[in-house]
Design a protein around this ligand. Structure first.
Ligand SMILES: Nc1nc2c(ncn2[C@@H]2O[C@H](COP(=O)(O)OP(=O)(O)OP(=O)(O)O)[C@@H](O)[C@H]2O)c(=O)[nH]1
Ligand SMILES: [Mg+2]
Length: 407
């Protein structure tokens, strides 16, 4: 069972780099060939529109030479330019060479299960080209799973185009992927800053934390193995099946706490204290389903604690009543996402807290759209009013569906 990763744009590749550094250290990954091939090369395609950037970022890890690809010029933080490409300036055939590289990776898999995309919601390449790649892969591999791990920009202080780019990308992901693992840079920054105690925080620090969250879920666990204790590498897809089975509500967010000295109960208490439980207007968030992964269970004793942890997780996440099994537990003997001597709890939850974020994107994009701000940049590169209208509508429906699901 093999998964192919496609990392897009600068953010996607930088996060990908941090992620792979953790993945390839894991002994079970090496043996299962789920994320690496039998020569231990990464089942990854690294693509950026800018020449050279991606070569530099991917240095030092065993990518397949033909799977590190780049175009002729960046997409200037513009979704439309990323989506439609640079035709007027001489097409750089980025979509074709990316699909060819994905095909190569898929052909190398004995059993190809699905594709994980890594990209930002706001860069021109990550958002626009990422949307185009997601749509095209959905058509080319209709039976494979398709998951996006999307990084949302800081709420303010970045590009004025980020609201349009996020709007158009989130709507595309909702339409053509099976699951979106959403990481908000502001959330990660806040958590990392707390631990850094006033030291300045770089993108490298953020990416280390994001990689840790993702590997907390994606790395092999003892819970998903064959009878002969062989890992199938199905964790990303089991997570999807378990917590985002409804195509209307497919947004997943991850939280994690790691330490070498705390009990499982104390780890959960700490983790729970980092979760936002109420929205800006005081409304309680609710979870449709979650998975809690305990890593570093070296004695195999976690199952003795899961019974007492479950009601605490139900309460912390305010799990909906209609789901009889809102918490799933997985365990692993070692803590592959952090230092060897530590233990971690990682929770992936399908929470209605995403509504607040999506409503924020819709509101900001709507104000700019009504004012006609920056729109000529999008028309110039092939976007249409329909793209925007459809995206507003798709995301408004997502908001309504989540509100309905947790009512
Ligand atoms: N978490 C994280 N976010 C990043 C990183 N690099 C950039 N970003 C975020 O991603 C957005 C910018 O996207 P990039 O990936 O730089 O842009 P791109 O996809 O290369 O697209 P263009 O350069 O516009 O063609 C901003 O919102 C940044 O906050 C990173 O290494 N980690
Ligand atoms: Mg770039």
């Amino acid at each position: 069972m093999s998964t192919v990763f496609v990392q897009i744009g600068q953010c996607g590749n930088q996060v990908g780099q941090a992620l792979w550094k953790k993945i390839i250290k894991d002994e079970e990954v090496k043996n299962s060939y789920s994320f690496v091939d039998n020569e231990q090369r990464l089942r990854a395609v690294a693509v950026d529109s800018e020449p050279k950037v991606v070569r530099k970022i991917t240095k030092g890890l065993p990518y397949l030479e033909q799977c590190v690809v780049s175009g002729k010029r960046g997409r200037g933080t513009n979704w439309a330019l990323g989506y439609h490409g640079v035709q007027k300036l001489g097409d750089d055939h980025l979509l074709e060479i990316t699909l060819e590289a994905v095909r190569k990776q898929v052909e190398k898999c004995d059993t190809f299960t699905g594709i994980v995309l890594l990209h930002s919601l706001s860069g021109g390449t990550g958002s626009g080209f990422g949307s185009r790649v997601a749509e095209t892969l959905r058509e080319e591999y209709p039976l494979a799973h398709l998951m996006s791990c999307a990084m949302a920009p800081h709420a303010s202080g970045e590009s004025p185009l980020q609201h349009f780019n996020s709007l158009l990308t989130l709507a595309t992901l909702q339409r053509c992927t099976d699951c979106v693992v959403l990481t908000q840079n502001d959330d990660v920054l806040q958590r990392v800053q707390k631990q850094a105690k006033n030291e300045s925080v770089s993108f490298a620090n953020l990416n280390e934390a994001i990689a840790s969250h993702l590997t907390g879920i994606f790395l092999p666990t003892d819970s998903i193995k064959t009878k002969s204790k062989f890992s199938l590498g199905m964790e990303p897809w089991e997570m999807m099946r378990s917590i985002s089975p409804d195509p209307r509500c497919k947004f997943v967010q991850i939280a994690q706490y790691m330490n070498s000295k705390l009990s499982w109960n104390e780890l959960l208490h700490k983790l729970s204290s980092t979760l936002r439980k109420y929205g800006k207007n005081g409304e309680a968030f609710a979870s449709l389903g979650c998975i809690c992964v305990a890593r570093g269970d070296s004695t195999g004793g976690f199952h003795l604690h899961s019974g007492s942890l479950e009601p605490k997780i139900r309460q912390a996440l305010n799990c909906v009543e209609w789901n009889p099994f809102p918490v799933d537990f997985w365990t692993a003997g070692s803590n592959g996402c952090g230092p060897r001597s530590s233990a971690s709890l990682t929770i992936a939850a399908n929470s209605s807290s995403v509504v607040e974020y999506i409503e924020g994107v819709i509101a900001r994009a709507q104000v700019m759209y009504d004012a006609g701000a920056y729109l000529h940049w999008y028309w110039r590169h092939g976007a249409t009013q329909d793209d925007f209208q459809n995206s507003f509508e798709t995301l408004r429906t997502v908001v309504e569906d989540y509100k309905e699901a947790v009512r």
